[in-house]
Design a protein around this ligand. Structure first.
Ligand SMILES: O=C(O)CCC(=O)C(=O)O
Ligand SMILES: [Fe+2]
Length: 333
């Protein structure tokens, strides 16, 4: 397999042939994508924009809405605070979440106290509007920014479609039917996370160089849109962290733990982190914004190793149980 371009160790794959190409072109792109996800667990997709999925203008607008949201007063943001792993919606102030691979409550609490993630985030889930029985966990919308909700709901759906497109390519690359995952992710139990990494002084930077600690993601695939500041690093096979410098016009895709389990370790959920960029002599590190869309299976889906991918290494797990446990660990609840 010839990968022509990379950012660090992350291959760059043109997704357009999968979206609009001939059957042969589709299959060749799917194979290229799966090769990258088996080998590195990360890929950058270029030419991924589509009418049904995510458009270029939407990505730009999403960053603008995100900036306006984080510019709200601390009081207004805190009134929308994230509540429970089951809901996983709302505002997460700096220091509340500490992503890590540690699993002991005490270890994570100590990490949170000593080296908190230098970030704030806003978590958005599917917005149920049909009736009380459809609204177990309402989103937490800022009242002073009505256009925020009006933008984020269709953007969430567009990201869902891009995620379906990527999952379909993964299915093709694994020699499964193209629609293999469609029904299994149809509930849109995903999590759209707007991230703001504020500027940091040298003094703060010496306490914790971690904008987001080393961790793996939990779900199927994460779609990550990043600005041009950089800081994302991906662990290589020797355990070394390698910068994945932003490439304009691409979306980063990485495999989550549930997709690794689903594919019986064929696809890799790779550890990654976000570090502070060099201050280049100035007193503050630049602010960074990113937008992560964590694709998940439907919550009632039981994740069982896909037949034909070898002797199962994992016992079946209910998606909801798994996600609630992982989120509970990182939030210390
Ligand atoms: O901000 C980034 O580039 C990555 C964030 C991330 O890995 C996460 O939130 O899981
Ligand atoms: Fe992540």
């Amino acid at each position: 397999m010839q990968i022509t371009a990379t950012s660090g160790i992350v291959p760059i794959v043109d997704f357009q042939p999968f979206l609009t190409g001939s059957p042969e072109e589709k299959q060749a792109t799917a194979v290229e994508l799966v090769h990258a996800l088996k080998d590195v667990g990360f890929v950058m997709l270029k030419d991924f924009y589509s009418e049904q999925g995510v458009s270029e203008a939407q990505v730009e607008d999403a960053f603008e809405h995100s900036r306006r949201f984080f510019a709200l007063s601390a009081e207004e943001k805190d009134a929308l605070a994230w509540t429970t792993p089951e809901a996983s919606r709302g505002y997460v102030s700096q220091g509340r979440e500490r992503v890590t691979q540690a699993t002991s409550k005490d270890d994570i609490a100590q990490l949170r106290a000593q080296a908190p993630d230098l970030k704030e985030s806003m978590e958005i889930g599917k917005d149920y509007q049909e009736g009380p029985e459809d609204s177990p966990h309402p989103n937490r919308w800022p009242e002073s920014l009505p256009e925020f909700k009006a933008f984020m709901n269709p953007f969430f759906y567009s990201c869902h479609i891009l995620q379906v497109q990527v999952m379909s390519a993964i299915a093709c690359g694994l020699s499964l039917p193209p629609n293999y995952f469609d029904q299994k992710v149809a509930q849109q139990s995903h999590n759209l996370r707007l991230l703001n990494y504020p500027p940091v002084t040298q003094a703060e930077a010496s306490k914790s160089d971690s904008r987001a600690g080393a961790h793996s993601d939990y779900g199927t695939v994460t779609l990550l849109f990043q600005d041009d500041v950089g800081g994302l690093e991906v662990q290589d096979k020797e355990g070394k962290f390698v910068p994945a410098k932003p490439v304009p016009g691409t979306v980063v895709i990485n495999v989550g733990d549930l997709l690794q389990q689903w594919t019986n370790d064929i696809l890799k959920s790779t550890i990654h982190r976000v570090v502070l960029p060099d201050t280049k002599g100035s007193a503050l590190t630049p602010q960074r914004n990113s937008i992560a869309f964590f694709g998940n299976p439907s919550l009632r889906e039981v994740i069982t190793c896909i037949p034909g991918l070898g002797e199962p290494k994992y016992a079946p797990v209910l998606c909801e149980d798994y996600l609630v446990r992982r989120l509970g660990e990182t939030f210390g609840v």
